[in-house]
Design a binder for this molecule. Structure first.
Ligand SMILES: N[C@@H](CCC(=O)N[C@@H](CS)C(=O)NCC(=O)O)C(=O)O
Length: 214
């Protein structure tokens, strides 16, 4: 276990908070987790707002360096602490661009445009309003893009370079979210998801992020 006890994470219990925890576990990083929840009032305190004015989780500090956004935090950790043995930063402009392509696609189309829209108008309808039409459209939109991922992953275990990377962390976390919302995944995505859920680091991060579900 590497010693990086200066790393602190805030936030637990959602797919966004899971991503940096999974990356950290893959790299054997030591960290302190403040498992605050998004709608518990804990993100609204003065102390937390000073750290992250967005009042959202996840948030990370590595020493004096603070960062929000699940993608940015996960990428920072990989760039700073990754290695060939664990998660490694992309080595060329082209591979980095390919990773960006997948990460932007999964985050933009599956997370924000589909699953989070379903969350806003489903679980969080008391805040954002009921919208059955938005729910139906978001689900259909997710299915379209899950089919694109499924086709690509017919003959692959990883999105890029035959090894786990940020793009996989993004996609697996969205697949977990989709399954939680009762999506029936195409077969190749079911196989891909099951493969990665067996990883020891995934399981450790899951136990830390969702202690109440175990
Ligand atoms: N784009 C951000 C989204 C963060 C986000 O929306 N987090 C939710 C929990 S999943 C949150 O903190 N919600 C509280 C709120 O909106 O008040 C990321 O990927 O980290």
């Amino acid at each position: 276990m590497q010693k990086h006890s200066a790393i602190q994470f805030w936030g637990a219990g959602t797919m966004r908070t899971f991503r940096p925890l999974w990356a950290a576990e893959e790299m054997g990083l030591q960290y302190t987790l403040h498992p605050i929840g998004p709608r518990t009032g804990e993100t609204q305190t003065n102390e937390y707002t000073q750290l992250n004015p967005k009042q959202k989780v996840p948030y990370m500090q590595d020493g004096a360096f603070g960062l929000s956004e699940s993608v940015a935090i996960s990428r920072y950790l990989i760039q700073r602490y990754g290695s060939d043995q664990t998660l490694s930063p992309m080595q060329s402009l082209e591979s980095s661009a390919k990773e960006d392509e997948w990460v932007a696609y999964v985050y933009g189309e599956l997370d924000e445009t589909s699953l989070y829209v379903m969350r806003r108008h489903g679980d969080l309808a008391h805040i954002y309003g009921e919208s059955p039409a938005a729910m139906v459209a978001a689900k259909a939109y997710a299915q379209k893009h899950l089919a694109v991922c499924a086709e690509y992953l017919q003959d692959k275990d990883f999105l890029l370079n035959q090894r786990l990377g940020l793009a996989d962390i993004m996609l697996v976390s969205c697949l977990d979210w989709a399954v939680h919302y009762q999506f029936e995944l195409p077969e190749s995505l079911q196989c891909y998801r099951q493969l990665h859920r067996q990883r020891a680091a995934y399981r450790r991060a899951y136990a830390v992020n969702y202690p109440k579900t175990l």
